[in-house]
Design a protein around this ligand. Structure first.
Ligand SMILES: Cc1ncc(COP(=O)(O)O)c(C=O)c1O
Length: 419
């Protein structure tokens, strides 16, 4: 039976869970550092920089790790810009890849010296009129078409980025308004394990660099290939070979960019999932076993702690602590939370060891877009986050929400009757 490895001893994590309120998230510092180093090594042939997508794991302690490893950050909102600022990122270490952007977010991004990735050319005149056109600006491209990516789907249905005709017009206008340096951005696939799709995206972008250079004389400062490297959520899926992806992208870079005498642009990426995804665990406990038309294991986490299964029918592997899966004694469970929604199922028809109240379940690969997607429906509270540090300690990096936090935005005072 295929299983996933936990980088902690089962005994140690059980001891910790027994002294800690479940559910909680646990991140693995060493793993995060290693993934960044691998990414940087794979693309070391280029002037390469990874801008960690803050939305994946918006925690200052995680950001301090990615900063120490030489990454920048990609932000998409005011809160993420402020997180970047508080974590000490500044200037061209920050990309701002927003959409439907409020003016005050552009204002904040410009005040930090961040590089803007415009999602629409309509934003150019807004910037000129109300703020200013920075020296370096990037535009997000949407090539249309369908890479067969189940999260992003057909790009003609995507609200993100601009078609080619707008892109070229946008760069013309930016030139006219005095911009001097340019970037080209794309995010065409998400959680993509097919190497050929990443290679195809790079080919599209390098051909575009050549076309725009030929038509407008622009030399791009950088090409941002986006995030989207997939991770094997299922134990039988294979890890994406990023060295293969990189070597094929290098060949295209040489053929399309270097052979045509274009100034070599830097290669930027903004992965979240590839870096923190496999290095985060949700630790939760069985509260109830219910035998109905199906067998339900009710746990103390719910979709407000981990939305991906309800949102994308995403698979997250489960390890039951100290209970190896023995096929002859295994049972099929729906693993559910306590939300008043029937899709509050963190796993469906999952073969697990026979469960009992009190068993500790560990959900794998939740380090990106996990805690970050939390919400408060039914007044549920977001859990704490811990970091398992390189010196083998459990560091609290976000406390759990309390009911006081939940009520802090409400006024529950009884109003005097005015009649
Ligand atoms: C613009 C942009 N960049 C990067 C990312 C990070 O994607 P991933 O975590 O899949 O690498 C996202 C995710 O939504 C995104 O929207």
């Amino acid at each position: 039976m295929l299983k996933k490895i936990i980088p902690f001893s089962e005994q140690k994590i059980k001891e910790f869970a027994n002294n800690t309120k479940t559910p909680f998230y646990l991140y693995y510092e060493n793993g995060i550092r290693e993934r960044i180093k691998t990414l940087q090594d794979a693309f070391s042939w280029a002037e390469f920089k990874e801008f960690f997508a803050i939305k994946a794991t918006p925690n200052p302690r995680i950001l301090s790790i990615v900063k120490e490893e030489g990454c920048g950050v990609d932000c998409s909102s005011m809160a993420e810009l402020i997180l970047a600022e508080k974590a000490g990122f500044k200037g061209d270490e920050i990309l701002f890849t927003s959409n439907d952007t409020p003016l005050e977010e552009y204002e904040k991004a410009l005040s930090l010296g961040a590089t803007l990735n415009l999602d629409d050319i309509g934003h150019i005149d807004i910037l000129k009129e109300h703020l200013h056109i920075p020296e370096l600006v990037s535009i997000r491209y949407n090539p249309g078409g369908d890479f067969g990516n189940y999260i992003i789907g057909n790009l003609k249905e995507s609200k993100f980025g601009v078609p080619k005709k707008d892109l070229i017009r946008g760069f013309e206008v930016l030139q006219k308004y005095g911009a001097k340096k340019f970037g080209l951005h794309i995010m065409a696939v998400s959680n993509e394990l097919n190497p050929h799709n990443h290679i195809k995206v790079a080919e599209i972008m390098f051909n575009l660099v050549l076309e725009i250079h030929t038509n407008l004389g622009i030399n791009f400062d950088f090409v941002d290939l986006g995030g989207g490297f997939g991770i094997p959520y299922k134990p039988d899926e294979k890890e994406l070979d990023i060295y293969y992806v990189s070597s094929e992208i290098k060949k295209l870079y040489e053929k399309i960019i270097l052979k045509n005498g274009i100034n070599p642009p830097k290669i930027y990426m903004e992965h979240g999932r590839y870096i923190t995804g496999p290095n985060g665990y949700l630790v939760t406990r069985v509260l109830h076993i219910k035998n109905s038309y199906k067998k339900y294991a009710g746990i103390d986490a719910n979709s407000a702690n981990l939305l991906r299964p309800a949102m994308y029918r995403a698979y997250h592997h489960i390890t039951v602590l100290n209970k190896p899966l023995n096929i002859t004694e295994a049972e099929l469970y729906d693993v559910v939370g306590s939300l008043c929604e029937n899709n509050d199922k963190l796993a469906e028809d999952r073969l697990l060891p026979k469960l009992e109240v009190g068993d500790i379940l560990i959900f794998h690969d939740v380090g990106a877009h996990g805690h970050a997607m939390g919400f408060n429906y039914n007044g549920k509270l977001r859990s704490a986050e811990y970091l398992f540090t390189n010196d083998q300690s459990y560091e609290l990096i976000r406390r759990a929400e309390t009911l006081d936090d939940y009520f802090a935005t409400l006024s529950c005072e009884k109003k005097d009757n005015l009649n």
